[in-house]
Ligand binder design. Structure first.
Ligand code: GLY
Length: 363
C-alpha cells in the first residue's frame, strides 16, 4: 500500500502500511540488524487476536521471541506496570542489541517504547500499532512514557522506533469507540496540516465506523496522517518548535483526561473535546471564523465524538490542571490554535477569563 520514511539525522525509519503486514513482521525486521532476542509486549485482547501470528512471523525469520502481557487501559500506563516489562527483559536476558516489539494501541506502544529507552540505557523498539490512534499518531515520532497521577505522559523519553509496521486489517477487531478516538487525531491532521484530508473527510458518507467511510478513504486516512506526522517529526524531532502543533486539542484534552482519572473519556474523545475548545478560543481571539469552527465541529460530530465537557468537571480544576501540562512555558499555557483549515499557530495569549467563558459554553 505505502511506505513512508521518517527522515531523521540519526536514524531514519520506515512506516510500512499494507494489508497482511502482520505476517511480514519477521521478514521486515530481518534486514534492520535488530539482534536475535525479541521481547514482544502486548495486552491480553490484542495478544489473543494477533500474538500467535506475530510470534510465528518472528520465529520463522530466526528471532528468539518471548512475550510480556500488560493489563489493558490508560489507567495502567504507570511506572508500576513498566516493572512487568523490565522483569520480562531480565528473565529473557535481553541485550543492548535486542529489540522490544510493541503490539497494541497507544498505551502498549508508549510503555514499550519507554521500557526500550531505559532498559540497559536503550534497546531497539519496533512499533506494530493495532489501533487507529496508534497507527496515525502514537507509534510514530518516538514519544514514549507513562502517566503521573498529576498529569499525562509526565514521565517519558524520546526514543525513535526502528520500524513502524501497520496492517490495516487488524482494525477489523478494533472496538468502535476506539476507532472514533483515532478519528479525533485524524481530524487533527486535517486542521493543522492537510486541508485535502479535511475535505475528503467532509465528503465521506460517515466517519463513525470503518464501514461508513467512503471506499478508499481508510487508505487515504492512514497514508495522509502518517505522512503529516512524518513531515512534522522530521522538521522538529524533539519538539523545540513546530512539533508542538501536534498537540492541537491536547491542552484542554489532557486536563479532561487527567481530571477524570483516565476512565471516563478515551484519549481520542478528550482530544475531540479539546479541539472544540481550541476552535472556540480561536474564534474568541478573532483568529479564525465561525464558518471554520462549524466545519470542524461537523467533522467531530460526524465521527460521533463528544463535543461537551464530561458532567461534573469543575472549570477551575481544568485551569489549575493546565499549569502542570508539559505545554506550559515560563508559567504560561501555550495553546495551539487554528488560523485556517490546514494552518495553526502557537499562542500564550489566551487569558484565564476567555478560557473560562469558552469552557462554560461547553458544559
Ligand atoms: N502526539 C504528539 C506528538 O507525537 O508530538
Amino acid at each position: 500500500m505505502a511506505s513512508i520514511t521518517v527522515q531523521l539525522p540519526q536514524k531514519s525509519y520506515q512506516i510500512a502500511i499494507a494489508p497482511g503486514n502482520l505476517d511480514q513482521l519477521g521478514p521486515k525486521m530481518q534486514p534492520l540488524n535488530l539482534g536475535k532476542k525479541v521481547l514482544l509486549v502486548s495486552n491480553p485482547e490484542i495478544f489473543g487476536h494477533y500474538g500467535e501470528r506475530a510470534i510465528a512471523s518472528l520465529e520463522q525469520a530466526g528471532f528468539d521471541v518471548s512475550h510480556c502481557i500488560l493489563p489493558a487501559g490508560e489507567e495502567y500506563k504507570t511506572p508500576q506496570t513498566l516493572q512487568n516489562i523490565y522483569d520480562a527483559a531480565l528473565a529473557h536476558r535481553l541485550e543492548r542489541s535486542s529489540t522490544m516489539v510493541a503490539l497494541g494501541g497507544g498505551v502498549v506502544g508508549d510503555m514499550t517504547g519507554f521500557a526500550a529507552a531505559t532498559w540497559l540505557r536503550g534497546l531497539n523498539v519496533v512499533q506494530v500499532p493495532t489501533s487507529l490512534l496508534a497507527m496515525v499518531d502514537a507509534a510514530i515520532g518516538g514519544k514514549t512514557g507513562v502517566n503521573h497521577p498529576q498529569g499525562k505522559n509526565l514521565i517519558g523519553a524520546f526514543h525513535q522506533p526502528r520500524l513502524v509496521l501497520i496492517d490495516p486489517e487488524v482494525l477489523k477487531t478494533l472496538p468502535v469507540r476506539e476507532f472514533r478516538g483515532g478519528m479525533a487525531e485524524v481530524i487533527k491532521y486535517g486542521v493543522i496540516w492537510d486541508v485535502e484530508l479535511f475535505t475528503q473527510m467532509e465528503n465521506s458518507r460517515g466517519l463513525d465506523e470503518i464501514n461508513n467511510l467512503t471506499p478508499g478513504l481508510l487508505e487515504e486516512i492512514l497514508i495522509r496522517s502518517c505522512q503529516s506526522k512524518a513531515d512534522v517529526v522530521a522538521k522538529d524531532e524533539k519538539e523545540s518548535g513546530l512539533r508542538a502543533i501536534l498537540n492541537y486539542g491536547h491542552t484542554v484534552g489532557h486536563a479532561v483526561e487527567s481530571l477524570t482519572g483516565y476512565t471516563v473519556v478515551t484519549h481520542g474523545e478528550a482530544v475531540g473535546i479539546g479541539m472544540v475548545a481550541a476552535s472556540r478560543l480561536a474564534v474568541e481571539l478573532g483568529m479564525w471564523n465561525e464558518e471554520s469552527d462549524r466545519r470542524q465541529l461537523a467533522l467531530i460530530e460526524k465521527a460521533s465524538l463528544p463535543t461537551k465537557l464530561p458532567s461534573g468537571l469543575n472549570i477551575e480544576d481544568i485551569l489549575v490542571s493546565l499549569q502542570t501540562d508539559k505545554k506550559v512555558k515560563a508559567g504560561k499555557v501555550r495553546f495551539v490554535l487554528a488560523t485556517g483549515i490546514g494552518v495553526v499557530t502557537l499562542t500564550d495569549k489566551v487569558s484565564a477569563d476567555v478560557l473560562r467563558g469558552v469552557l462554560a459554553g461547553m458544559g
